[in-house]
Design a binder for this molecule. Sequence first.
Ligand SMILES: Nc1ncnc2c1ncn2[C@@H]1O[C@H](COP(=O)(O)OP(=O)(O)O)[C@@H](O)[C@H]1O
Ligand SMILES: [Mg+2]
Length: 304
Amino acid sequence: MNEEFGTVLEPRALPDFVETKFIKTLTERAMGYITAGFPVHFRGASGTGKTTLALHVASKIGRSVVLMHGDEEFTTSNLVGGENGYRMRKVIDRFVSRVLKVEEDLVKRWVDNRLTIACKYGFTLIYDEFTRSRPEANNILLSILQERILDCPAGRDGEETYLRVDPNFTAIFTSNPEEYAGVHRSQDALRDRMITMDLDHFDEETEVGIVRAKSGLPQKEAERIVKVVRALRESGKCEFAPTIRGSIMIAKSLKVLNGRARASSAVFRQVCQDILASETSRVGSKTNQAKVRELVKQLVSRHA
Ligand SMILES: Nc1ncnc2c1ncn2[C@@H]1O[C@H](COP(=O)(O)OP(=O)(O)O)[C@@H](O)[C@H]1O
Ligand SMILES: [Mg+2]
């Protein structure tokens, strides 16, 4: 099996998964649409929990999961399998030369790729960040979702083949509308065939629960971290809104450094500055970082 672009997973409950009312409601809505026969699409900024929710919903469905990540270099053959007699592969050799090498991969292969497997056996497909793939590569999904037929491109013997999609097959998509580089917008035909749920950042209770679960910090400590991060997010003064990832990083670092989430703790102030200033600014954006640092200082004294 081609291991390059995805994985087949057994459905199981995620470790440390936090299920608040907020998460339950989202899960139930998604399960409702899926039961009604529609693929769902979680759309939201980075850190809104799209991938985790997709995995959670898939575990509720209870079928094996095929996980794929959108990729600029995807072709339809990468998705469904095909005779890629001759294929160029780019290898980025970061450590040695930083030169983009082009390697020729001459392996002749007809691989049952993940999408084919999911259709054939009625697995759940999670197509994470699907808009990163080119629309032409994703077109194969149109007939899968609409007519429930997988139209395999000319294969082993040069003949087109069709595969009836197993009735248990379902698909969960995610995408990030804020991404612009490398993202293809014109996937409307595909988007028409799924139900899109726009995700926002978690509510406070969920954020505190996640920070606790990931770091093991006590409730009060997690609450103060989340308050600072949410206040910074709501200030609207950041180039990029700080996400739950920032809160998790602060909490884990604090734990290791034996700090307390208190304005009086120099460690806490430093950790917040380091993590939040970098998370919310573009590389090299010094003026913005200085502004965020000043704001973080104020928010820490107010909320911790
Ligand atoms: N319900 C949840 N329970 C526990 N952790 C969660 C939950 N939802 C998200 N997370 C954590 O929050 C972070 C961001 O979630 P993720 O699904 O990666 O977001 P996205 O895919 O939207 O960028 C990850 O570290 C993830 O483990
Ligand atoms: Mg994700």
